[in-house]
Design a binder for this molecule. Sequence first.
Ligand SMILES: *Cc1c(COP(=O)(O)O)cnc(C)c1O
Length: 424
Amino acid sequence: MTRSEELFREAVTLIPGGVNSPVRAFGSVGMTPRFIASAQGAYLTDADGNRYLDYIGSWGPMILGHACPMVLKKVEEACKKGLSFGAATEAEVDMARLICSMVPSVEMVRMVNSGTEAVMSAIRAARGYTGRDKILKFEGCYHGHCDAMLVKAGSGVMTAGVPDSSGVPAGCTQDTLLAAYNDISGVEALFDACGHEIAAVILEPVGANMGVVPPKEGFLKRLRELCTEYKAVLIFDEVITGFRLARGGAQEYYGIEADLTTYGKIIGGGMPVGAYGGKKEIMEVVAPVGSVYQAGTLSGNPVAMAAGYAQLSYLNEHPQVYDKLAGYGALLYGGMEALCKEYALPYRVNHVGSLGCMFFSPEPVTDYTSAKRSDTEAFKGYFAHMLAKGIYIAPSQFEAMFLSDAHTEQDIQYTLDCIREYFS
Ligand SMILES: *Cc1c(COP(=O)(O)O)cnc(C)c1O
């Protein structure tokens, strides 16, 4: 038995499913998880000393690679000054200033501890601001595990085949309206029916939790128009796309401004950080200025701010990273497309910048319904082959691949060689 297998055997007796987040389980691919001991650059090392080329990057945060020396140095410095004060710090002001300077639509921002918390708080702020209750979300978009959003959420719930979580009272989701991603006429119909009761429309500007599903031409623009017309708050959940597609995230990439934006993942540089921000007028409904309560003992934690600030300021000052990542994306995902063609396989490679995924489906994937048509059995075989070759991709058809600044062209070429070997 390997050390990972030993650890998993004990873990399942102590932790539900042996993991602290369902997406880490290898159940849907019929395997047991590798326990990771350390990571450096684009590589992970497991408890048995096996090395893997990592395309998960902790599900997005590690855009500069693992254990980035510049980030570690800032974290060490911050640690020595104390781990938490529960009081205002200069680091929080620096962080807020940086975020507001990188994203034009964000005039004020509040730090929290996870993407889930950011979404939960942004929804509350939008409801408080508009005095309305209804939230429109899209099938297959994941917004963390807060009750109101656990309706046809993507990511782990999709893999587990449970579209709606149990333990969520009907009352918590009765104001959640659902539309299909990329289906603007469905959204228009909902606005026609009850547009003046809609507090917010929330979406991932690039769907990245049902595999990767880019927005169709004009989709985001029309959502922006509808929200403006009906005075609903447009919330971009940029927990994945924020600071990844561009310095200003998907809003900059597509040229559409949101009213509120939620962040997580990259913003913490690997530490547990989330944030929500947007127009001053909306953000000022939040306590202690306004009447929408939201708080956090460890929010804006100095060590977490040091990590996040180090990574974000590097990205801000080195925008060429985005060109490099886009080039890597073209190389990897373009290469995957070319291989599918060469071997006459009808698979679909969806990608935007450094995000991408191969759907084992002959149909174009544009929403939750078409994503679900993928052949997850075929994905299993592909996953096992790649893992055996030392390539660590998410153990699910419905997750993105994440490229980082620490990957190299040789890494990508090796990956394509392994896919070719699997196809041939
Ligand atoms: C990961 C994710 C979340 C939840 O963030 P956590 O930090 O895991 O709570 C929310 N929205 C999107 C788009 C995500 O990808």
